[in-house]
Ligand binder design. Structure first.
Ligand SMILES: [Zn+2]
Length: 85
């Protein structure tokens, strides 16, 4: 599992899409759990988006969104199960 310090190390590669899928998912799960790193990524993202307006990576954006939705629903499902129990 990733730690917060790993996120700051890998976040640039994550945004660039340089990470293998397995690492991206690892980072993503940390981000789902850790609001600190979510805020951190959001800050970086808003900086990055200024740059990416000039050259949008459409394919990469769609990919990440789909992955986000899948992981998010997965995460919510687990959470519901735990509450239910
Ligand atoms: Zn964190």
């Amino acid at each position: 599992m990733y730690q917060c310090k790993d996120i700051s190390d890998e976040v640039n590669n994550y945004i660039d899409g340089d990470l293998p899928l397995r690492k991206r998912i690892g980072l993503f799960f940390h981000l789902l759990m850790c609001s600190c790193c979510r805020n951190y990524l959001q800050q970086i993202h808003s900086t990055i988006s200024i740059v990416t307006v000039a050259k949008p990576k459409e394919q990469d954006g769609t990919d990440t969104n789909a992955l986000a939705k899948q992981l998010h629903s997965l995460w919510q499902g687990e959470d519901n199960n735990q509450k239910d129990h």
